[in-house]
Design a protein. Structure first.
Length: 287
């Protein structure tokens, strides 16, 4: 059950002071550090099917962003630089200098800002269905309006059901028991407004300035992407030689809907751009 899986992982979460907030996060595994940034109305649970797989060979830091989940909110108006600064402060506290950043949806806006603010600290970017890439489609706007109307008229759970089935997860087999309740818990815990930031469309400009190797996954059933799927794929591939762009027949929450595909392909990308240090077979130790 998804709720039991969440409870097991949450039991190991730590609340750590950053700069102006206290950030709840998972810290799993050892090796090169990977920071995993969730999407709007979410928390580290957006990576519930991914953190342990990546932690087999790397140190995985998966936070609730400030104002989400169990993390405290930031004072004042929310901004991408403020969120980036908090995450860098968390990494400083944990003794981590450089990271590979894996980000989903609104988290891609934050990740791109981190790469722009401190390129020497961000080794690579692996991004799933990014927000902030351009105007939303009429289809997505309609779904969001219907979800909001259902929430107002019948309660938050009904609105989440619309979002889960029409935006987040296209495979009915992945509408797991307890998933709606887990999503509702995090929607209710959200104290930060991300859509006003994402709809300024900051992600393209920030990624265009980044020199970090990029891995991009686009869901061909994601209403956030499908109206500009071909154009976004071409644009991302043109930014830098060696960038990887993948399409997968999944909806917005691709890494949950297709976890094996996601975990294997992201791990392969990280091994390419940020190789693990392994013992030399011919000597007791490597220099």
């Amino acid at each position: 059950m998804i709720d039991a899986q969440f409870a097991r992982l949450a039991a190991g979460a730590t609340l750590t002071p950053a700069r102006e907030s206290r950030i709840s996060h998972l810290d799993l595994g050892s090796g090169p550090a990977v920071l995993m940034i969730h999407g709007g109305y979410g928390g580290w649970y957006h990576w519930i099917e991914n953190v342990e797989a990546l932690a087999r060979t790397r140190r995985v830091i998966a936070p609730d962003l400030p104002g989400f989940g169990e993390s405290s909110a930031l004072p004042g108006t929310l901004s991408l630089p403020a969120l980036a600064a908090e995450l860098f402060a968390l990494l400083d506290t944990l003794g981590i200098d450089e990271v590979d950043v894996v980000a989903f949806s609104f988290g891609a806006c934050v990740a791109a800002c981190m790469a722009d603010c401190a390129p020497e600290r961000v080794r690579s970017l692996a991004i799933v269905n990014p927000a902030g890439m351009g105007p939303v489609s009429a289809q997505l706007a309609d779904i969001q309006a219907r979800a909001a109307a259902q929430a107002r008229e019948h309660g938050v759970a009904r609105g989440i059901d619309v979002s889960m089935k029409e935006v987040m997860v296209s495979d009915a087999a992945r509408w797991l028991p307890g998933l709606g309740a887990l999503m509702e818990r995090h929607v209710r815990a959200t104290r930060a407004a991300t859509r006003p930031i994402a709809r300024t469309n900051p992600t393209r400009e920030l990624l265009a300035r980044s020199r970090a190797p990029l891995w991009l996954a686009l869901g061909t059933r994601d209403p956030h992407q499908l109206h500009e799927l071909d154009e976004r794929a071409r644009w991302a591939a043109s930014l830098r030689a060696g960038n990887e762009v993948h399409r997968h027949p999944a909806a917005h929450w691709l890494q949950f809907e297709a976890p094996q595909w996601f975990n294997e392909n992201v791990a392969r990308f990280l091994d390419r751009v940020s190789p693990l240090r392994r013992p030399c077979p011919s000597r007791p130790s490597c220099p």
